[in-house]
Write a protein that binds this ligand. Sequence first.
Ligand code: G6P
Length: 468
Amino acid sequence: MLMEDVVVVSNRGPLSFRIGEDGEPVRAGTGGGLAATLHPLLRGTGATWVAAAMHEADRRAAALGLMMDEGLRIVTVEPDLAAYEMAYNVVSNATLWFCHHHLWDLPRRPRFDKRWLEAWDAYRDVNRAFAEVVAEHAPEGARVLVQDYHLSLVGGALAQLRPDLATTHFSHTPFADPGILRVLPSDAAGALLGGLAGFGACGFHTARWEASFRGAFADPALAGRAGADAPITYVAPLGPHPEALHEEAASGAVADARRRIEELAGGRRLVVRVDRVELSKNIVRGLWAFDELLETRPHWRGRVTMLALAYPSRETLADYLAYRAEVEHAAQRLNERWGGGDWVPVVLAVADDRARSIAALTAYDVLLVNPVRDGMNLVAKEGPLLNRAGGVLVLSREAGAWEELHPAALGVNPFDISETAAALDAALSMDPSDRAARAEALREIVVGHTAADWLDRQLEVATGLRKG
Ligand code: G6P
């Protein structure tokens, strides 16, 4: 499908670079996420993709003309690097991400001080810089699909700069409940809601996140500050891209990784998890649940291995580094407590290794996805598509994916370690016909809402917004 009138706008773009050993920029993996999902859908369509050159390597690559892909116009936004880093680290990731995922430890954090206000100004500037680049490159009357919490303020700026454009915003995170949004400095909360109201429409993965967003506009302490009514909203659940995923799974690298995983499991049952090292993913409670399983159901000792695959994430933030250390420590303690002979109960691997993740998803007996809160969680959907072992999905009721997958997954309250241990036991003990029926039901649900369907829905909404 040709999409020359479409502009996709996101913080992270389709291509990411690092500086290689020879000092020149080389392509780096994107570790899944939004950009990896969108890329196969947009390649070859003639669409424009506006994204930040996030660091020096990206900027060097852009200057050398390496930000190029077949049938895709990649345009980079290059705000002052120090301002960009403040906006990305302090506001987008340490504030808005924590807010929407309800991750704050309220007696201690957040703290809004002078430094934070500077970062908030930087966030405004970065949003403005994105709007200016879009305004410069968008074709007349284009449909502009802006993604995620980094870019909440782009709609208002574009409405002034280019009123001919049809703009939508899509949140890949949950949306904070009004009571949590009220923790933000009042002006910032108002600007955020007002900024989102500047788009023609705002989309969410689930009705629950949409309702939280609408709830903010109904909250007397927030609504007045927004200075605008709630915009049009819609729900469009994101799913995987089945063809792209199967293609990846057919590669030699995945076959090799699968052989290594089978060797490692040595005929034992396999509980798999695949996440970014991210506080919302609840990796530590997942490990404690496995610990409780081994403690309370001794017959599983020596008979099951947990393979915890994690992508390093946002390591410029102290909270993320501390969380990684906590995960490593918990895994080590668990192995010291239960391991012995040739059995390592938890194999934790932190690396950017997509082939290994895909291989693990083909092979799991149980897939554990237990985030404390998650916009959607694509792993919960990719797993059932790829799995060839009649694997069972243990899924947090706080993941957006739960809304669709609950008929065939085993649900858990992610804060309840005992319930999670019981669900792991139930999943491991389930008889083969039950497992197969659930796996098939999950697959059917997942193929019902693909990434392409999600994109179509955004395009349809944007088309409806076109003027004249
Ligand atoms: C979340 C966001 C995505 C982003 C991913 C990785 O899933 O919703 O937009 O791609 O995190 O985050 P990063 O900060 O590495 O881009």
